[in-house]
Design a protein around this ligand. Structure first.
Ligand code: NQM
Length: 343
């Protein structure tokens, strides 16, 4: 099934329909998506990292969740398949997909599905409308970066701290200096290097295209940060992301531009935004002094190139009490894909 999940788009598979051997599975998925090719012309990928994504879903293998969701980021021009990050956007489609495929029974009004994000072993609960026992994708909720409105999918996260790095502040410090730039390295669902846009000589309000000129500096920053965060050599890995922050200018909490890891995101990833919000909340972290915090109980508005993403993060000192977002998703196509036969 092809679905839009939040501001991303991907192919959703039942695990049982894919080879169980990871190498065989990855080879098949490359041929399905049309990777490696900058245009992905011979596959169903959309020629951008945000549309070159796969969700693999199955009944939960262990108690504590209803389904397991493995996220795979496929390269576009490079033949890479990575399970080293979560995707909170494709996550929005996993609950509806699980109901559509009969993995979870739908409630009469709404359904809650507990989803184990296998990439990080954390659990998200997705709640969405299922009037009469069928997924209803139509609704009034708008998501910046997606035209129109759709039904709300409420995502609550648990245990996302240290998803890939093992701890919330993977370098053990609130701030580090890399290449002369002050950064905060954080992982609350997504490893992110947070730096002030001004430290890289930009305002932080530029368009994604304009910022791609910073790729080389960002790569140097994230290579060193990857080592400090315990991720090793990240030259071919999709994480860590790098987020440049600046004071908000549209009524939100903080303005962001995010490199994923070198292309600039058209908006911002879900767990990326949760991680940036978590960093900014901590007194002493990069971005804390740039933020305009909302009153207690009001979500933080993470401004991005296409608008803003509202996230809830509650901290208890340097521990995360809870976090969550509202997204939408839509079933686009259900059918048979014909993978390219050769490499
Ligand atoms: O951060 C893009 C996206 C993502 C990941 C990326 C995501 C998340 O927008 O949870 O959703 O950071 O590569 O789909």
């Amino acid at each position: 099934m092809v679905m839009r999940g939040g501001t991303s788009k991907g192919a959703y598979f039942l695990a049982e329909d894919l080879p169980s051997d990871p190498a065989e599975r990855d080879d098949l998925l490359l041929r399905v998506m049309g990777t490696p090719d900058p245009r992905q012309i011979d596959g169903i990928g959309g020629a951008h990292p945000l549309t070159s994504k796969v969700a693999v879903v199955s009944r939960a293998a262990a108690p504590g969740a209803d389904v397991d969701y493995l996220f795979l980021q496929l390269g576009v021009a490079d033949a890479t398949v990575s399970d080293r990050q979560n995707c909170g956007n494709l996550l929005a489609g996993v609950g509806p997909f699980a109901v559509e495929r009969g993995l979870v029974a739908a409630g009469d009004e709404r359904t809650s599905v507990r989803i184990r994000m296998v990439n990080s072993q954390s659990v998200a609960t997705a709640t969405f409308p299922t009037p009469g026992g069928a997924v209803d994708y139509a609704g009034d909720t708008a998501v910046s970066g997606v035209p129109g409105t759709a039904a709300p999918i409420v995502l609550d996260f648990a245990e996302t701290e240290g998803s890939s790095c093992g701890s919330l502040l993977p370098t053990g410090r609130l701030r580090d200096v890399i290449d002369g730039i002050e950064v905060t390295c954080v992982d609350n669902g997504m490893p992110v290097v947070v730096a002030a846009a001004s430290a890289l000589g930009v305002t932080g309000y530029e368009s994604p295209d304009e910022l791609e000129a910073l790729r080389d500096r960002v790569q140097s920053l994230r290579l060193r940060a990857g080592e400090l965060m315990g991720l090793g050599d990240v030259s071919a890995a999709p994480v860590p992301k790098t987020t440049l922050v600046a004071p908000p200018r549209d009524g939100g909490t903080i303005c962001t531009r995010t490199f994923i890891p070198l292309r600039v995101h058209a908006s911002i990833g879900v767990l990326g935004a949760v991680s940036v919000a978590t960093a900014v909340l901590m007194d002493g972290a990069v971005g804390h002094g740039l933020a305009a915090f909302p009153p207690p109980g009001v979500p933080m508005g993470i401004e991005h190139p296409a608008g803003r993403l509202d996230v809830r993060v509650e901290l208890d000192g340097r521990a995360v009490r809870r976090s969550g977002v509202v997204r939408t998703a839509r079933k686009l196509l259900d059918g048979t894909v014909f993978p390219r036969s050769g490499p």
